[in-house]
Design a protein around this ligand. Structure first.
Ligand code: ATP
Ligand code: F6P
Ligand code: MG
Length: 341
């Protein structure tokens, strides 16, 4: 068979492990030819691809980023390109296409699948917000990086008796903030799913200093917002891909806390460092398993599905189900964290 693979959306540790696994399973076990489209959907729409051999994926298992590159494409451009992509896929003699991406990529994958392309998706994202899979690869790495950063910030915060307001990634959901905040013993965790009450955050920090503690760590996901009308808040605009441009929750929150508490409060925005570098062992294994199962799905003709971790099994879930809802932090998971903060 001839199979195309591409990576789309924000990059994430483990993408190269999937690509390597697809090539190994395809070439070694099935005698397939694998091609890699460059820069996500753009490569498929504009005909940029290269053959992927065992040599070309040698040594990439532990490499962060993606050897294929990734770009965002305006959804309207993609919608207009379905027929062209289908013709191109036929011209290339492709029996399957494996897009690796987040919820946006999987929506695009559904569109192309409904348009007749042979698609098997692989979910990726450090945000861990794809509903049908217990976890996405990249998340474990991002949480490890964020936890280490929080551990380090604690020591310098204590030396200077400061409040550190640490902004972690998480556009719609607060999984990274929740897990890293729990792992590092943060004193407040703020997630997009629950608009925060500035009075309550102030009280938590004030009470901690009154108990004689010398510092406080407030963790917030980048998409978190205050309860409407409770504090001055700059709203962001929307970029050409439909993503909100954030105005900096850590900056706004730290200014407000400093003003209310009379204590130094510093914003720390961890940003893309959470997405860079080598994947953890957990993410390498999950990514490798997803790649293996995606190739099997193509061979079975199970198009219009994605690979998903459910318990310890990798199952196939229909694309329609995969993009129906985002996996948000449920109240009971937040309650578990609240007890220890
Ligand atoms: N609703 C949609 N319909 C069609 N195509 C879409 C849609 N949403 C996104 N896409 C396409 O998928 C690409 C990737 O989407 P997006 O930028 O949201 O990243 P993602 O795959 O969700 O990954 P992440 O959000 O984790 O970075 C977009 O650039 C666009 O081409
Ligand atoms: O790399 P970009 O385009 O700034 O995207 C950042 C977004 O991508 C993610 O890292 C993954 O979805 C989000 O956490 C973050 O909001
Ligand atoms: Mg997205």
């Amino acid at each position: 068979m001839r199979i195309g693979v591409l990576t789309s959306g924000g990059d994430c540790p483990g993408l190269n492990a999937v690509i390597r696994s697809v090539v190994h399973r395809g070439v070694v076990d099935h005698g397939d030819e694998i091609i890699g489209f460059e820069d996500g959907w753009k490569g498929l729409l504009e005909g940029q691809y290269r053959e992927l051999t065992l040599d070309s994926v040698s040594g990439i298992l532990a490499q962060g980023g993606t050897i294929l590159g990734s770009t965002r494409v305006q959804p309207s451009h993609l919608r207009d390109g379905v027929a062209r992509a289908r013709d191109y896929c036929k011209e290339l003699g492709l029996d399957g296409i494996i897009p690796i991406g987040g919820e946006g990529t999987l929506k695009a994958a559904r569109l192309l699948s409904d348009g007749g392309l042979p698609i098997v998706g692989v979910p990726k994202t450090i945000d861990n917000d794809i509903a049908c899979t217990d976890v996405t690869f990249g998340f474990d790495t991002a949480v490890s990086v964020a936890t280490e950063a929080l551990d380090r910030l604690k020591t310098t915060a204590e030396s200077h008796q400061r409040v550190m307001v640490v902004e972690l990634m998480g556009r719609h959901t607060g999984w990274i903030a929740l897990h890293a905040g729990m792992a590092a013993g943060a004193h407040a965790i703020i997630v997009p799913e629950r608009p925060f009450n500035i009075d309550r955050v102030t009280e938590v920090v004030r009470e901690r200093f009154e108990r004689g503690k010398k510092f406080a760590i407030v963790v917030c996901a980048e998409g978190a917002k205050p309860e409407p009308g409770t504090m001055h808040w700059e709203e962001g605009t929307v970029d050409i891909y439909g993503h909100e441009r954030f105005t900096g929750v850590a900056t706004q929150l730290s200014m407000e806390l400093e003003h209310r508490l009379g204590k130094e409060a510093k914003p720390v925005i961890l940003g893309h460092v959470q997405r860079g570098g080598t994947p953890t062992a957990y993410d390498r294994v999950l990514a490798t398993r997803f790649g293996w199962h995606a190739v099997e799905a193509v061979h079975k003709g199970a198009f219009g599905h994605i690979t998903a971790l459910q318990g310890t099994q990798i199952n196939l879930v229909p694309l329609a189900e995969a993009v129906a809802d985002l996996k948000t932090v449920p109240a009971e998971r937040y309650a578990e964290a609240e007890t220890v903060i």
